[in-house]
Write a protein that binds this ligand. Sequence first.
Ligand SMILES: Cc1cn([C@H]2C[C@H](O)[C@@H](COP(=O)(O)OP(=O)(O)O[C@H]3O[C@@H](C)C(=O)[C@@H](O)[C@H]3O)O2)c(=O)[nH]c1=O
Length: 184
Amino acid sequence: MKFTACDLPGLIVIEPTVFGDSRGYFFEAYNESLFHKNGIDYKFVQDNQSRSSHGVIRGLHFQLNPFAQVKLVRVLEGAILDVAVDIRKGSPTFGKYFSVELTSENKKQLLIPAGFAHGFSVLSETASVLYKCNQFYNKESEGGIRFDDPALNIDWQVDLKQAVVSSKDIELPLLKDCVSNFEF
Ligand SMILES: Cc1cn([C@H]2C[C@H](O)[C@@H](COP(=O)(O)OP(=O)(O)O[C@H]3O[C@@H](C)C(=O)[C@@H](O)[C@H]3O)O2)c(=O)[nH]c1=O
């Protein structure tokens, strides 16, 4: 298993060791001991799964304290562009984003600490996404930022004119209009 730190401190890309044979393949997606050795020592308490079709954009989402969440994201079927935006007030990389293609083929995972807004776009015909969270869902603590906030300038790698976005996400504020509430 390979753990790679990203340009935005706290984000880690994880690539498993895959054992292929005539039956197919096997890999460990999560190994508490190996994750702990690499500084990822959270207790994951909730697994979420969603399925979406091409051009869907979910995000950008986060939960505030005391329900701020660490997320460990991977793809079971298809391909997504996974995006994490640094919204830690005072961070030298505040407002910057990192994106990585997570696919069922490359089996990469992205570890996203609290203090990041998370979203993804679906690059394949459909995609099933699974993510572990270290804190429970709490509706009152939910926050979000517009996926097409010009200040973030995220390249979602899908046609934004045809993007499928939830009615909740289309109403989200710009980063500059919600930053004062942030507590992680
Ligand atoms: C996130 C979540 C939603 N729900 C419910 C609320 C709602 O009725 C329904 C769909 O919720 P949403 O529209 O918020 O689902 P979605 O837009 O897929 O939200 C998710 O987006 C990605 C990018 C994330 O990072 C996640 O943390 C989460 O915010 O599921 C739960 O019951 N538990 C949960 O943990």
